[in-house]
Design a binder for this molecule. Structure first.
Ligand SMILES: Cc1ncc(COP(=O)(O)O)c(C=O)c1O
Length: 458
């Protein structure tokens, strides 16, 4: 083909020319993020799913064109930002979906550029050493011995059940509350464990008398799963009492602290996690109350010897003679093979903010939740479920039917005005505001309540 331009090989992200190649591209990404956010102008795009899908289709065009598009980076980042539910917007407060810290996100870029993979030392020499140090330190902060990095609470809960099965046999039965996260019974199903026993949690936390009765009557090995920070209400099960019951009945204890684990950083709130250290395994998740970009899960373990069941020999990754010669064997640190070092952003955050800095963020969001609860309590048009324990507030328009509560939430979503969650407690539907944004100000709280008030009058 005479006259055709020779194809230029696109630059790489790492290597001697990587940083210089990335710099202008990062400029493009940052401009597109800003422009997309400005165009959205609120916590989420207006118009609901049809309008958003149509807009994405319009910007995207042909997914795999014959010839590449030099504007692809700008246009697609713009589309993502314009159509985002941005947790950094104070009126985006539905889920355990945190706004990531800039410093953590910047660190994550280095991971994408260098692309280390934690399945063998020769793909991640420094990353593997960093991961070993940081996981041990975080596990110690929770009162346990070591920790594995996971993709989040779901994978941590699955691993906890797997370790219980390997320690006690495939007959081990999960005993959890109605307040437990759905990933726990799902993990029992996935691992072929017996049907879980679900104990009442009428007040939102595990009912101790019902748990005692279940542990007294059930036979065979048992795994109790308690929650420190329930998904729906941010409540903390009575951990010391549950630990006492487990020890009296010889049951194993897992604590899902995916949400509440962040309280460990706070001098003011850490005591609420007393009892955590009695667990065999603890789920932590710093993409909730830890301001990390997804993914940033951990499973802390009390007995690191139990991790030996994850051991695998794969000659290309951990040949026996390599291990004997001193190359670290990483395959027993995860069920995954190729694995990115999510630990870098966590390590950078811990070092950059310190425990005090992170604790201050925790205190800030907990204080905002309390202030919002007070606004609700003092407003005659609203009912408050209860004072928040962590940073979740449940509330509903006074006297409204469940359908009307659900409609208020969907109306705000469709108009792009606010993102609130929903939860069923006391057999009624509640609106849920989860405060994870340390930049949220008192005026934002008042605005949020006003929007809900207007929405419920429609
Ligand atoms: C208590 C609890 N455990 C586990 C999970 C699952 O975490 P992930 O979504 O990171 O898998 C959640 C998610 O909200 C949760 O609230």
């Amino acid at each position: 083909m005479s006259g055709a331009e020779p194809l230029r090989t696109p630059p790489l992200a790492s290597g001697p020319h990587g940083p210089a190649a990335l710099r202008p591209l990062l400029g493009t990404v940052l401009e597109a993020l800003a422009a997309g956010g400005r165009a959205r102008g609120g916590p989420l795009p207006a118009g609901g799913p049809e309008a958003v899908a149509a807009r994405v289709a319009e910007i995207l065009g042909d997914v795999l064109p014959e010839q590449g598009d030099p504007e692809a980076l700008r246009t697609l980042v713009y589309a993502l930002a314009e159509g985002a539910a941005d947790p950094a917007e104070p009126l985006c407060a539905a889920h355990l979906h945190c706004p990531p810290l800039a410093v953590a996100t910047a660190a994550d870029l280095a991971v994408s550029a260098l692309n280390p993979s934690l399945d063998s030392w020769d793909q991640a020499p420094a990353a593997s050493a960093l991961e070993a140090a940081v996981t041990r330190a975080l596990a110690h902060a929770a009162g346990l011995a070591d920790a594995l990095v996971t993709t989040g609470g779901t994978e941590s809960n699955q691993l906890a059940l797997l370790l219980a099965r390997e320690a006690h046999g495939a007959g081990v039965r999960l005993v959890c509350g109605t307040n437990a996260h759905h990933s726990l019974p799902r993990a029992a199903w996935l691992l072929g464990l017996p049907e879980p026993v679900v104990v009442p949690a009428a007040a939102g936390t595990l009912d101790l008398a019902a748990l005692d009765e279940a542990l007294t009557t059930l036979c065979g090995p048992l795994l109790v799963a308690a929650t420190a920070g329930t998904t729906d209400a941010g409540l903390i099960d009575p951990l010391p009492e549950i630990a006492g019951l487990c020890s009296a009945h010889g049951a194993r204890l897992h604590i899902d602290a995916a949400y509440g684990g962040g309280l460990l950083f706070s001098d003011r709130h850490r005591d609420r996690l007393a009892g955590l250290e009695a667990a065999h395994t603890v789920t932590l998740d710093l993409h909730k109350l830890g301001w990390q970009p997804v993914a940033a899960g951990l499973l802390a373990v009390a007995r690191p010897r139990e991790l030996a069941v994850l051991h695998q020999r794969a000659d290309y990754l951990n040949a026996g003679d390599d291990t004997e010669a001193g190359l670290p064997d990483l395959l027993d640190r995860s069920l995954r093979t190729t694995r990115r070092p999510d630990v870098l952003k966590i390590a950078v955050t811990l070092r950059a903010l310190g425990r005090g800095g992170l604790g201050a963020l925790v205190d800030q969001v907990c204080a905002r939740a309390r202030e919002f609860a007070e606004l609700v309590r003092d407003h005659p048009g609203f009912e408050l479920y209860d004072r928040p324990v962590i940073s979740t507030v449940l509330f509903r328009p006074q006297g409204a039917a469940d359908d009307a509560v659900a409609a208020v939430r969907r109306g705000l979503l469709r108009e792009g005005r606010a993102v609130l969650g929903r939860a069923r407690l006391d057999d009624r539907l509640w609106l849920k505001a989860t405060f994870l944004n340390p930049h949220t100000r008192p005026d934002d709280l008042a605005q949020l309540l006003k929007l809900v008030e207007e929405g419920s009058l429609v």
